[in-house]
Design a protein around this ligand. Structure first.
Ligand SMILES: CC[C@H](C(=O)O)C(=O)SCCNC(=O)CCNC(=O)[C@H](O)C(C)(C)COP(=O)(O)OP(=O)(O)OC[C@H]1O[C@@H](n2cnc3c(N)ncnc32)[C@H](O)[C@@H]1OP(=O)(O)O
Ligand SMILES: [Co+2]
Length: 133
């Protein structure tokens, strides 16, 4: 794990939350992107070296929809940048973490991603991100 790649925040309305985070950070979202496979539409903000990802559900089966139902709006996951996601998945499995998708999948912002079950990470959903070069 090299650094925190982004903090994911579940929101009800991307439009409203984009306006709120633009006021908060003093800068507009630099990208909006839908990831149909995850049932989300996302927007990204840079704040210095830090990246914020806002996520709105695009269907009721989306992990974000279920999260909002259960916990309401708020921090959803922490994403870490990794050099080689396949190597990292194997390492983490050996360490006893539950990897939710052993095959990396295409995420947003030109990344390959995988997730660790929060039950094995002190209640925090962890995302692994490898830049697609
Ligand atoms: C890929 C695009 C983008 C990117 O950055 O590129 C994204 O980040 S997409 C983000 C959305 N996609 C995902 O989150 C995929 C991984 N998530 C999952 O597979 C599920 O959400 C899962 C397994 C974490 C939870 O599934 P589900 O909600 O169906 O199960 P439960 O409600 O039974 O939850 C089980 C247990 O986990 C707790 N939980 C659920 N979500 C979270 C969370 N985000 N953070 C912490 N804990 C979470 C939930 O409360 C349950 O605990 P319990 O004590 O039993 O209540
Ligand atoms: Co994410």
């Amino acid at each position: 794990m090299r650094k925190i790649e982004h903090i994911g925040i579940a929101v009800k309305s991307l439009k409203e939350s984009n306006e709120l985070f633009e006021k908060l950070l003093g800068t507009p979202a630099y990208k909006e992107e839908e990831v149909a496979s995850e049932g989300v539409k996302t927007s990204f903000f840079m704040n210095g070296p830090n990246k914020i990802e806002l996520l709105e559900a695009t269907n009721p089966d989306s992990p974000i929809a279920k999260f909002l139902e259960k916990k309401g709006e708020g921090i959803h996951h922490i994403a870490f940048d990794v050099e080689d996601i396949v190597v990292e998945i194997e390492r983490l499995k050996k360490e006893g973490f539950t990897v939710l998708n052993e095959m990396p999948k295409k995420g947003a912002d030109n990344k390959l991603v995988a997730f660790l079950h929060p039950k094995t990470t002190n209640g925090v959903l962890i995302e692994l991100c490898q830049e697609i070069k």
